[in-house]
Design a protein around this ligand. Structure first.
Ligand SMILES: C=C1C[C@]23C[C@@]1(O)CC[C@H]2[C@@]12CC[C@H](O)[C@@](C)(C(=O)O1)[C@H]2[C@@H]3C(=O)O
Ligand SMILES: O=C(O)CCC(=O)C(=O)O
Ligand SMILES: [Fe+2]
Length: 329
């Protein structure tokens, strides 16, 4: 039998109390008001602490959001055979339950599109869907550009468009995704426990801009490995730091691990703009962020090389691992 000394017992109860307190009062997700003059500092703090934040007063007209939401709802309510006319996601197209091509599955159906080609929407009346998509994407791209300029400002990176120009480039490899999580029946919940809508992962790109309807499900992982639920807010956007921004800041920002749990009664609809660089772009820590003799944590690679490797990975894999420098002992 192990006999614990009094300080050890106190230590245990301290840890238990701390865990209980954290479960009762999880940290609040940072909210950045883009209309406030100090928003760039709040963005930097949120990217360092969470790799995630919510944006209000974002300037994207609600009308564009609602219009795309109703077009997407109409699309997902079509019979399966109609939706499948869009083509399988290789990688772009309509997908159902299978995510990527390496065996990941989730309680989700989706449309995955590249932002620099007109989408092949093989529906009865694709035109109004296409117009809604293009208007929404243009407005969200503008907001994402402003956010990346604030990041550059906040980190004293010059020029101010050093990050935003990557996603504004004509050749930018950005992606747009509509996810629909149907309500998962109670019977499935009771058989499987929590049903995963979209398994844990980090996003590969620079930042991702997410908007959802008012159904919960999104969770983020904190630095201590615990998961917290993100209360849904249909009027706001949520920003994820992606792997590319982690590398460009040499690990000062960390890409946020996130996942979606299916809801047993309400369906969730989300729309995500993944801001990617051109395929030929070299992804490396920005020299102006390297202080003194600070070394790069990563080997140099292009976005094409990262993507080639990412497409052989499973959702939950650490995709940056292949590009990390082994620390000299
Ligand atoms: C399992 C996979 C799906 C994914 C490509 C990958 O091989 C690994 C990264 C996955 C991910 C996660 C974020 C985005 O939803 C996504 C479009 C992306 O860029 O990387 C997906 C990919 C996908 O669904 O094709
Ligand atoms: O649908 C969501 O809310 C998040 C999905 C997601 O993380 C993704 O598509 O990469
Ligand atoms: Fe994601």
């Amino acid at each position: 039998m192990v006999i614990l000394s009094k300080p050890a017992i106190e230590q245990f109860s301290y840890i238990r109390n701390k865990q209980a307190a954290a479960a009762l009062f999880p940290p609040l997700i940072p909210i950045v008001d883009l209309s406030k003059p100090d928003s760039k500092h709040q963005i930097i703090k949120a990217c360092e602490e969470f790799g995630f934040f919510k944006v209000i007063n974002h300037g994207v007209p609600m009308e564009l959001i609602s219009r795309l939401e109703s077009e997407a709802t109409e699309f997902f309510s079509l019979p399966l055979c109609e939706k499948e006319k869009t083509g399988q996601p290789k990688p772009y197209g309509y997908g159902n339950k299978r995510i990527g091509s390496n065996g990941d599955v989730g309680w989700v159906e989706y449309l995955l599109l590249t932002t620099n080609q007109d989408p092949n929407l093989a529906t009865e009346n694709p035109e109004s869907f296409r117009v809604a998509l293009n208007k929404y994407m243009a407005a969200v791209k503008k907001m994402a550009c402003e956010i990346l300029e604030m990041v550059a400002d906040g980190l004293n990176i010059q020029p101010r468009n050093a990050l935003s120009k990557l996603m504004m480039d004509e050749q930018s490899d950005s992606v747009f995704r509509l996810n629909h999580y149907p309500p998962c029946l109670d019977v499935l919940q009771s058989l499987n426990g929590n049903v995963i809508g979209f398994g844990e992962h980090t996003d590969p790109q620079i930042i991702s801009v997410l908007r959802s309807n008012n159904t919960s499900g999104l969770q983020i992982s904190l630095r201590d490995g615990s998961w917290i639920s993100v209360p849904p807010d249909q009027y706001s956007f949520f920003i994820n730091v992606g792997d590319s921004l982690q590398v460009m800041t040499n690990g000062r920002f960390k890409s946020v691990k996130h996942r979606v749990m299916a809801n047993s009664v309400k369906s969730r609809l989300s729309m995500i703009y993944f801001c990617g660089p051109p395929l030929s772009e070299k992804i490396a820590p920005l020299p102006c962020l390297m202080k003194g003799d600070q070394q790069s944590l990563y080997k140099e690679f292009t976005w094409f090389e990262y993507k080639r490797s990412a497409y052989t990975s499973r959702l939950a894999d650490n995709r940056l691992m292949h590009f990390e420098k082994i620390a000299a002992s």
